[in-house]
Design a protein around this ligand. Structure first.
Ligand SMILES: Cc1cc2nc3c(=O)[nH]c(=O)nc-3n(C[C@H](O)[C@H](O)[C@H](O)COP(=O)(O)OP(=O)(O)OC[C@H]3O[C@@H](n4cnc5c(N)ncnc54)[C@H](O)[C@@H]3O)c2cc1C
Length: 397
């Protein structure tokens, strides 16, 4: 493709976050263009899609809770909108969640987390192991603890992404199958800037063409550190191996997402509408981007301890992808500032969603929409991309 295309909003990256933002903006009437060489092929392709603010609460991560609760509350409305515009199911299910432990240390760890969840007023109920097994007869022996999280739900990210792409098509959004190489910058003092510094005016694509835009949203996941940003991003890849399995005929259906700590290692099984199961996920910072044998071994070992009948299932899919991690595990969502501390006009960053990008997608859409109309979402304030005092790049490329 050559020549220039123009659009008021340009979304770089069509993972679940970029797609969700593009949908929210297009539905609100913004002319939107999306650029991605392979939509929904990044972390979105691997994700289990747990909409699990309570189960995902981790020690030291309480600042995330207002965001995850806010986004979980938005989910039903969001997927209903996507379904209405696309004419397709968006893959959302109100499957409740069971959380189990397998030895004394797992029990103690879950009990400590339960106390935090209760203190924060979250919706969690302690069960006897007998009650847990009554709810899910396939659970293995030797359970030491069980909790019910009735409002931790799920969405199938692959189904949601397909519905979002169909919704974008219905809304007339152009999706360009290209890689963005760099942001287009207008230098400070050129007279076109809305701030004291330069402004971002779109992107240059891999084939040399450019797309100009009033606002450019960088939502390229772990690859978000594009040339043209005012500072390097503190992103790190946290790789996850995940399996999809098809149980044999006659296998009783799971009616809960089952999460567990099995001898200190977290594991989960998410049941899909079509009877398949998602078994995940490792969290590796070893730099290895391919599916790791040891990771698959651990998943199968702990998954089969959790649900012994899984041993009879057929593996239908095995992938590894990188979660975009940040130093505090909070997203980088908002406007960036230049070396003088002025917001760079025309640029919004939407990355760093780490373990929660699917869950946080409705919030990301609402937050970016708020920024564009000058009405920022207060709950998103802690996601300010400049909170780490990043060192500005020496010169704007
Ligand atoms: C194993 C695993 C399980 C997970 N489970 C859950 C879960 O249960 N719940 C949850 O909420 N989250 C989960 N996550 C996290 C979630 O997947 C991520 O937070 C989320 O996918 C981030 O979305 P994203 O759109 O920012 O990035 P991605 O999904 O990685 O998408 C980035 C997109 O940008 C495109 N791109 C990259 N570079 C460029 C470029 N230069 N130009 C244009 N496009 C580009 C890529 O092609 C890709 O499509 C999981 C992740 C993994 C790995």
């Amino acid at each position: 493709m050559s020549g220039n295309q123009s659009g008021d909003v340009l979304v770089l990256g069509a993972g679940v976050v970029g797609l969700g933002i593009a949908f929210t903006l297009a539905r609100a009437g913004h002319p939107v263009t999306v650029v991605d060489p392979a939509p929904a092929s990044g972390a979105t392709h691997a994700a289990a899609g747990m909409i699990a603010p309570v189960a995902e609460l981790a020690h030291q991560e309480e600042a995330l809770l207002p965001l995850t609760l806010d986004s979980a509350r938005r989910y039903r409305g969001f997927v209903d909108d996507v379904a209405a515009v696309s004419g397709r199911d968006a893959g959302y299910a109100t499957t409740p969640t069971l959380v189990c432990g397998f030895d004394a240390a797992d029990r103690d760890a879950l009990a400590a987390l339960y106390r935090v969840q209760l203190r924060l007023g979250l919706d969690v109920e302690q069960l006897t192991t007998r009650e847990a097994r009554r709810r899910e007869p396939l659970l293995g022996p030797h359970l030491t603890a069980a909790y019910l999280l009735p409002h931790d739900h799920q969405v199938d990210p692959r189904v949601l992404s397909r519905a979002l792409l169909a919704a974008l098509e219905a809304l007339g959004v152009r999706v360009i199958a290209q890689r963005a190489e760099a942001l287009l910058s207008t230098p400070a003092g050129s007279g076109t800037s809305g701030s004291s510094g330069g402004r971002v005016a779109g992107a240059r694509l891999a084939d040399g063409s450019t797309v100009e835009a009033d606002e450019t949203i960088v939502a390229t996941g772990v690859a978000a550190d594009l040339p043209g940003l005012p500072a390097p991003l503190p992103l790190r890849p946290v790789h996850g191996d995940v399996l999809r399995l098809r149980p044999p005929a006659g296998f009783p259906a799971l009616t809960h997402t089952v999460r567990a700590i099995v001898r200190g290692v977290p594991v989960y099984v998410v049941p899909r509408f079509d009877g398949t199961l998602v078994l995940g996920a490792t969290a590796r910072e070893d730099g290895g981007s391919g599916l790791q044998a040891g990771g698959v071994h651990t998943l199968l070992r702990d998954g089969i301890t959790l649900l012994p009948a899984l041993a009879e299932a057929t593996i239908t899919d095995a992938v590894a992808r990188a979660r975009p991690g940040t130093p505090d595990n909070m997203p980088l969502l908002g406007r960036m500032r230049d070396a003088d501390g002025a917001a760079v006009a025309g640029l919004v960053l939407a990355t760093g969603f780490f373990r929660h990008g699917v869950l946080l997608t409705p919030l990301a859409g609402a937050a970016v929409r708020g920024l564009l109309v000058g009405d920022p979402l207060p709950v998103a304030e802690p996601c300010d991309p400049d909170r780490f005092a990043l060192i500005p790049r020496a010169t704007a490329p």
